[in-house]
Ligand binder design. Structure first.
Ligand code: FMN
Length: 318
């Protein structure tokens, strides 16, 4: 009899959203007889949820510079993960300030990550507001450094209008309550339940691929399933945001450690900058892009095709 296929999931989630997404993906795999082992990333000092306002913004410089806490990888029954030969690793993560969340980037720098991911086929699963492209670029760089092979990416995002999620996501993470607020004017935050439940289709495709195809096959398993949607209006905003975050992050880290009073003061200016950026750059870039769309069509298509890899058809969201 053939050895059962084994899949390891590695995740971090504050509200449990990523875990719900991973469970939805893994249910059909378990039903197909695949052994799924779930490991969670635990920071030595837990981050709060809901976040106190100051702490929420104060984590920004360290997130941008990936200067995170010590973390450990834990399973429910202390499984020795290094003793198991996995057929696939699924990494579930969320985005903080256009980068992978700090616990996740910290994990990717550990020796444990090197041992588990080197030479391994990896599927990344993102659950965030809607700006994940630059975070995934960083994730790709980490996986490349670790010698892992990224074969698929699933990105599930909040479906409400961007302008609304700029309100609903902070309200959610600062209060712990997803909404809706103001009689539905501010919609319920997070990945819609229907999208989480429909993520089962990815699990079915993974089960089929793992059981049917050659063990050395590293081609994507999720093409044609709508694993990612690229909102081309956000590409330039993410790039501009990442550049300015690098400058602000450097300045704030130079001013002092997270508990320094001066840093907290300058952080207030960063928050004002961030609000101005959101209210000006994002709509201006979107408007400029709409006007220039016919001239930029080829470039936009090429960018969408690039960011949708490895799993996406070049379907874009406008
Ligand atoms: C500190 C912080 C920064 C965030 N920055 C972003 C971001 O840049 N882009 C984005 O799409 N979502 C962002 N989010 C939303 C998260 O990606 C995620 O959707 C939410 O925190 C729930 O994740 P959970 O699985 O940890 O509960 C941020 C959340 C937090 C707490």
């Amino acid at each position: 009899m053939q050895d059962p296929k084994r899949v390891l999931t590695i995740s971090y989630s504050q509200s449990g959203q990523i875990d719900r997404i991973l469970n939805s993906i893994c249910d059909p795999m378990r039903a197909a007889g695949i052994e799924v082992i779930c490991a969670t990333i635990q920071p030595k000092r837990a981050y709060p949820f809901p976040w106190p306002l100051m702490q929420f913004f104060n984590v920004f410089p360290e997130t941008v510079y990936e200067d995170g806490p010590e973390v450990t990888l834990q399973t429910a029954d202390q499984t020795d993960l290094n003793a198991i030969d996995f057929d696939l690793v699924i990494i579930g993560y969320q985005v903080w300030f256009l980068a992978p969340s700090l616990p996740v980037s910290s994990f990717l720098k550990t020796i444990e990550a090197k041992k588990l991911l080197s030479g391994q086929r990896v599927v990344t699963v993102i659950g965030c507001r809607n700006m994940w492209l630059m975070a995934q670029e960083r994730m790709k760089a980490h996986l490349h450094r670790l010698g892992a092979i990224l074969i698929d990416n699933v990105a599930l995002t909040d479906r409400s209008h961007s302008a609304m999620t700029f309100l609903s996501t902070p309200i959610w993470v600062l209060t712990g309550y997803r909404g809706p607020w103001l009689s539905g004017f501010v919609p319920r935050a997070g990945v819609p339940d229907a999208d989480i439940s429909e993520a089962q289709r990815f699990g079915r495709a993974i089960s089929d691929a793992l059981t049917e195809r050659d063990t050395n096959d590293c081609s994507p398993m999720l093409v044609g399933l709508g694993a990612v949607r690229i909102n081309d209006k956000l590409i330039q905003s993410e790039k501009a945001g990442t550049r300015s975050f690098a400058v602000w992050g450097k300045l704030l880290r130079w001013i002092g450690p997270p508990n320094s009073r001066l840093r907290r003061l300058v952080l207030c200016f960063f928050v004002l900058f961030l609000i101005a950026l959101i209210l000006t750059v994002v709509p201006i870039v979107a408007l400029a892009k709409a006007i220039l769309r016919p001239a930029l069509r080829k470039r936009i298509e090429a960018e969408c095709a690039y960011y949708s890899q490895p799993s996406g058809e070049t379907h874009t969201e406008r």
